[in-house]
Design a protein around this ligand. Structure first.
Ligand code: FO1
Length: 309
């Protein structure tokens, strides 16, 4: 039986994650999710990448914003702002309930993995969502405004600061989620979803021997850059600011030594000759559920042709 591990973070990764969940059963597919974007805000523990994946798998994601929950109202955050509270991080009324439940569970001593499973179960999700660690890891963005906490860079400053690099505080102390450790023992391959390589995938790869463990497995990554632009988020801008071309080739090079295969969009077929791992091109811009399913099938079929290194 095929057993796959999917690494994801952010909105782009969550799109492919839904496609994978449509074609692989919970026994065949486990999600490893970035927690480097997490932060404490308004007394709540916010886990944006876990939430993007949860809402995507429940097909309750907000397609206007990309993040948060569908069918939102904004009474809480607008009232908070009218009272002088911090309203730069837009928490919808329904989304607020999720953060409240998670924060209460964490406050009672439950782990992030347990809180995530509780919420997923209550949203009718069968697949398991594994936070990369139950210990805190926080992405720090080194930029021309100094060192910023991730959400301050991404939301409060709207990704405008010029980036020079990233670090992940807590990464050396954080332990890999045991769910991931055991899955790695007998999984057939890994798919790195089209997430931001620097802030959604690198925290996973730098955690507690996880990147090393992946080197013993066939790994396929999907480019989050199509035709020189990031479908969602600041990945292309980050590449350019760190003096790399905003191309799928630069992403493949970033994963050098880790990946055994790479997936580029049909539009980038001409770049294949510049990429020094087996590469396929296929439509990777996911608008419909069928797009998600088709890309997922292409990735799994491709992965199965790649032998363990
Ligand atoms: N992103 C924004 O650009 N603006 C927001 O106000 C915002 C609020 C928000 C609330 C909950 C949540 O789970 C995510 C939210 N995001 C928002 C997205 C979030 O900052 C990013 O999805 C990740 O951190 C990076 O992928």
């Amino acid at each position: 039986m095929t057993k796959i591990l999917a690494l994801t973070g952010g909105v782009g990764g969550a799109k492919l994650a839904l496609g994978l969940a449509q074609i692989l059963s919970p026994e065949q597919l486990l999600f490893a999710v970035n927690t480097g974007d997490d932060f404490e805000h308004l007394g709540l523990h916010i886990s944006p990448d876990i939430d993007s994946l949860t809402y995507a798998l429940a097909q309750q994601n907000n397609t206007e914003t990309g993040w948060g929950r569908a069918g939102e109202t904004w009474n809480f955050i607008e009232t908070l702002g009218s009272l002088g509270g911090e309203d730069w991080f837009r928490l919808g009324d329904k989304d607020l309930a999720l953060h409240t439940v998670r924060s209460q569970m964490l406050g009672s001593g439950m782990s992030l993995t347990e809180a995530t499973a509780h919420i997923a179960q209550h949203m009718g999700i069968q697949h398991t969502i594994a936070p990369m660690s139950d210990d805190p890891v926080r992405t720090i963005v080194h930029c021309d405004q100094g060192d910023l906490a991730f959400q301050h860079y991404f939301v409060r400053e709207r990704c405008e600061p010029k980036v020079s690099g990233f670090s992940f505080s807590g990464i050396h102390q954080a332990r890999l989620n045991p769910l991931l450790k055991s899955w790695l023992n007998d999984c057939d391959g890994v798919i790195i979803c089209p997430s931001n390589p620097f802030v959604s995938v690198d925290p996973l790869l730098q955690l507690d021997g996880f990147g090393e463990a992946l080197k013993n497995l066939p790994v396929v990554a999907v480019s989050p850059i199509v035709g020189g632009i990031a479908i969602k988020g600041p990945a292309a801008k980050m590449l350019q600011e760190m003096n790399m071309p905003a191309t799928a080739v630069a992403v493949a090079n970033h994963y050098q030594g880790l990946i055994d295969g790479f997936v580029v969009d049909a539009e980038d077929k001409k770049l294949i000759e510049q990429i020094n791992v087996p590469t396929i091109s296929t439509p990777s811009v996911m608008v419909t559920l069928q797009h998600r399913i088709d890309l997922a099938k292409a990735c799994v079929d491709f992965l199965m042709t790649l032998s363990a290194p």
